[in-house]
Design a protein around this ligand. Structure first.
Ligand code: NDP
Length: 384
């Protein structure tokens, strides 16, 4: 049996992961399962998978979790420190699937144990960048990307020398608003933004997909995971979400990874790595799909990828500022406080006003994140 910890068990990536684990009885021993506030679902999952410990980040929900786990023998804990402690128990494989920079400290704690980290939590890598990559090297951990684009690139690079890479191309669906004119974008509602045409995901990443910040964050993520140089990373809009990303080599060969728009495919590749496992996903029916189309991103309507590229170029603390400001702006949009088109404007304003020195450690990153959040929140309150 291999041991598994799942940070963010009650979310969309968490559910896809557990669906695969459920299909491999006797393969995984579950150590820690975590959630933010959904104590009932966390307890249900902890019981189903006989977890050693269940941790709820929102400590006010701990009594509910304890009550739901009573008599099960499963330990219950609550709060941010307990989340880090659970991750620090280590496991053969830790799936990092918390949304936002809230996942950074527990992900770093798991990295420090030196196991395999299957990383979905892109905000953690975007914020901590060099600090996280250095920790991976220091502690001998293995980072396997399960964000579908990065998993695709990881697969296309396998067995090849990165020195021979000409381009890495991240594909983007373009989100639900890709064909909307500016005037319509200004009036886009949260309900419209979370209705992604191809993927069924959590609310925050769905809004990121609609603004194209998701692709911007992924560009920064790719910059850290596949250090071929920022000038070799590019983005192309591919509305069908069948080609998950591509690598072009110097001889003119382009390798692409194709698959259904189902996170269980990249998650399975990490669970079984370096082998393969079955998934219940429908085989790809290219004749039924008919056409795969590609077009350039429009950075006039969707400035997020420009902002992210500039942040990656600047490096240091700038990507953490971009990520924190975006998290606050997305929450404000979902809460009806700001219009859709102000999300990118808010992020740009915070980036222009706050330029902290490069972080040297996790504590520095968290301080930058916290200050950028405070500034973004203030901006939200002042200009709406
Ligand atoms: P969801 O919103 O569906 O789930 C988020 C999970 O994190 C839940 O378990 C939630 O608990 C927990 N969580 C939320 N806030 C906190 C917090 N402050 N502290 C601790 N735990 C918290 O998100 P997704 O599954 O969609 O996304 C997770 C990550 O994976 C994101 O970084 C996203 O960008 C990335 N990703 C997601 C993809 C997808 O298809 N969904 C694809 C590629 C990447 P609770 O349920 O109690 O709120």
């Amino acid at each position: 049996m291999r041991t598994l910890s799942l940070l963010g068990a009650t979310g969309s990536v968490g559910a896809s992961t557990l669906d695969l684990v459920r299909r491999q009885p006797g393969t995984w021993g579950v150590r820690a399962l975590t959630a933010h506030s959904n104590a009932a679902e966390l307890a249900r999952l902890a019981r189903e998978f006989s977890a050693e410990v269940a941790v709820i980040a929102d400590e006010t929900r701990l009594p509910e979790l304890r009550a739901a786990l009573s008599g099960s023998g499963i330990a219950a804990a609550g709060g941010a420190a307990a989340l880090v402690e659970a991750a620090a128990r280590g496991a053969d494989l830790t799936v990092a699937a918390i949304v936002g920079c809230a996942g950074l400290a527990p992900t770093m704690a798991a990295i420090e144990q030196g196991g395999i980290i299957a990383l979905a939590n892109k905000e953690a890598l975007v914020s901590a960048g060099e600090v996280m990559i250095a920790a991976v090297a220091t502690h001998g951990a293995t980072l396997l990307p399960i964000d579908s684009e990065h998993n695709a690139i990881f697969q296309c690079l396998a067995g090849n020398d990165p020195a021979h890479v000409r381009w890495i191309t991240l594909t983007a669906s373009g989100g639900p608003f890709r064909d909307w004119p500016w005037e319509r974008l200004c009036a886009a509602t949260p309900a419209e933004a979370v209705r992604h045409p191809n993927w069924d995901m959590g609310a925050k990443i769905s809004v990121d997909s609609a603004t194209m910040f998701n692709k911007g964050l992924e560009l920064i993520e790719a910059h850290h995971l596949f250090p071929v140089g920022l000038d070799r990373l590019r983005i192309i809009v591919h509305p069908q979400s069948i080609v998950h990303s591509m690598v072009e080599y110097r001889d003119g060969s382009t390798l692409a990874q194709l698959g259904p728009s189902d996170m269980r495919v990249p998650i399975a590749s990490a669970l079984a790595w370096p082998r393969r496992m079955d998934t219940p996903c429908e085989p790809l029916d290219l004749a039924a799909i008919g056409e795969l189309t590609f077009r350039k991103p429009d950075e006039e309507r969707f400035p997020a990828t420009r902002l992210a590229r500039e942040a990656a170029q600047a490096g240091g603390a700038v990507p953490a500022v971009l990520n924190a400001a975006n998290e606050v702006a997305v929450a404000a949009f979902l809460d009806g406080q700001i219009p859709f088109t102000r999300i990118a404007a808010h992020v740009e304003n915070v980036l222009n006003a706050y330029a902290p020195p490069p972080p040297a450690c996790l504590t520095d990153v968290l301080a930058v994140d916290s200050e950028a959040r405070a500034r973004a929140l203030q901006l939200t309150l002042s200009v709406g």
